[in-house]
Ligand binder design. Structure first.
Ligand code: NAP
Length: 422
């Protein structure tokens, strides 16, 4: 929630009250600044101390496109960009610049939409949010050009786009922004393959209807900034800017065509049509999905990038029917990086039901981990407990109040630990 939800979506962050309620429960102990899977705290130590260990650490890495020119400055992952503007300590020293007015985002999911919205709103639209201070300063610096056009490219058609209707509707309501959808590309949504997909999915049908409505409403717009959706385009090379050696200047794309997917004829896949198109871009963000990473000693399905499990019970390997007793998984690490925050409720319920079933009738012979043992496991001994977290939270909220923002996030781990008093 702290590093994933967009800074201009405070209403989504209300879920933090649920987290607070949980750690306020006297039966709950909170330990922060602890790395599970480190030599000091192997997974096996948790399994011996607790009846149930639930891994729920999400997806901290990102899929990359890997085409020629990926090394150019100005080409990066949306994941890293999100970490940077959301104040993740690992990204606080990233040198992000926007040297021109045109940005291309590869991918058409909600993360791509978040990045596009933030770039098009600029500092003026983000100053009263909890965006990281370093991002606000960068947006005000001379190396941050005013973004007037963000193009989100998708390799399939409008019906197959991955963003949700609410996120698209929000873009269409931004002041001074035109949402551009090309008529020829929108027509792909009316072809057989897409019509079949919509017949199986009311949300897709509703989203496509809204896209058509917005296309017409915005067609004659003369708004100064544009968010353009381009379909049936896949990047094949990032091209160097002739005026700025070492920097990206454009994206060469191949035009795609939709065909039924060989594995599932009711869905579609994209194949090259042989034509190419070049889009100008001084910043390219690849937003093609997140990836979970394994922990030492943890079974991992590297094809799907998830921990293999059945109903939340972790399997000893992707091909084995045997479970690891006491080990469970939930969230993106269990099902892959899909769904909105609410999707995790059903997911967590399933895992918790498995735990309750497994624990029924068991002797309570495990007593959890002694706090001193956890402190040793935190490496430098700087363990953050609930009181420490409360001090960080209060500091951030107070700093936020002074600036008319929800919170000012601490982005330096060292500063956080000092304020936590450890
Ligand atoms: P996503 O929803 O899976 O979208 C990934 C996009 O990348 C799709 O358009 C996909 O197209 C495209 N793509 C994948 N591989 C590609 C490739 N090799 N070349 C070109 N395009 C490729 O992922 P996401 O945007 O990272 O979002 C992750 C999850 O977080 C989603 O469930 C999202 O809803 C959620 N989220 C929600 C919110 C919110 O509720 N406001 C905000 C942010 C994130 P294909 O379909 O053709 O593969």
């Amino acid at each position: 929630m702290r590093f994933g939800v967009a800074p201009d979506h405070p209403e989504v962050k209300v879920v933090q009250h649920d987290f607070q309620q949980t750690i306020d429960d006297p039966r709950c102990r909170f330990f922060g600044n602890v790395t599970v899977g480190s030599p000091a705290l192997p997974l096996s130590a948790l399994l011996s101390a607790y009846h149930a260990t639930v891994l729920s650490y999400g997806a901290s890495s990102a899929r990359r496109v890997e085409v020629k020119g990926s090394h150019l400055r100005g080409v990066g992952s949306a994941r890293r960009f999100v970490d940077w503007y959301n104040g993740h300590p690992s990204a606080m020293n990233d040198d992000v610049e926007v040297p021109g007015a045109n940005v291309v985002v590869v991918g058409q999911g909600n993360v791509a939409i978040d990045c596009a919205r933030l770039l098009i709103k600029g500092k003026a639209g983000m100053h009263n949010t909890d965006i990281a201070d370093h991002a606000l300063s960068a947006m005000a610096s001379p190396s941050w050009h005013d973004v007037t056009r963000v193009t989100l490219i998708g390799r399939r058609g409008p019906v197959q786009s991955a963003f949700t209707t609410a996120e698209f509707r929000e873009l269409a309501g931004l002041e001074g922004v035109k949402v551009e959808l090309r008529e020829d590309e929108m027509r792909v949504g009316e072809e057989d393959a897409s019509v079949r997909e919509m017949a199986d999915s009311r949300p897709k049908k509703r989203k496509f209807a809204l896209m058509k409505e917005i296309q017409q409403q915005h067609a004659a717009s003369t708004a100064p900034r544009t968010i353009a959706f381009r379909f049936l385009l896949a990047p094949v090379e990032y091209l160097e800017d002739a005026d700025r050696p070492g920097y990206v200047g454009a994206v060469r794309c191949q035009k795609m065509a939709l065909v039924p997917s060989p594995s599932s004829p009711s869905s579609t896949t994209a194949v090259s049509s042989g034509q190419v198109e070049v889009l100008q871009a001084s910043l390219v963000l690849e937003s093609i999905g997140y990836l979970s990473t394994p922990l030492p000693g943890l079974p991992f399905d590297s094809v799907r990038a998830v921990v293999p499990s059945i109903h939340g019970r972790v399997l000893s390997s992707p091909s084995s029917p045997a479970f690891i007793p006491g080990l469970y998984v939930s969230g993106w690490l269990k099902r892959g990086p899909t769904g909105i925050i609410g999707s995790n409720i059903a997911d967590a319920r399933e895992t918790v039901s498995s735990i309750v079933e497994d624990l029924r009738g068991r002797e309570h012979e495990k007593h959890g981990m002694d706090v001193e043992r956890v402190r040793q496991a935190s490496g430098d001994g700087r363990l953050v407990d609930k009181e420490g977290w409360t001090r960080i939270d209060q500091w951030e909220r107070r700093a936020g109040e002074e600036q008319g923002r929800g919170r000012v996030k601490l982005t330096s781990l060292d500063q956080m630990l000092r304020i936590a008093g450890v």
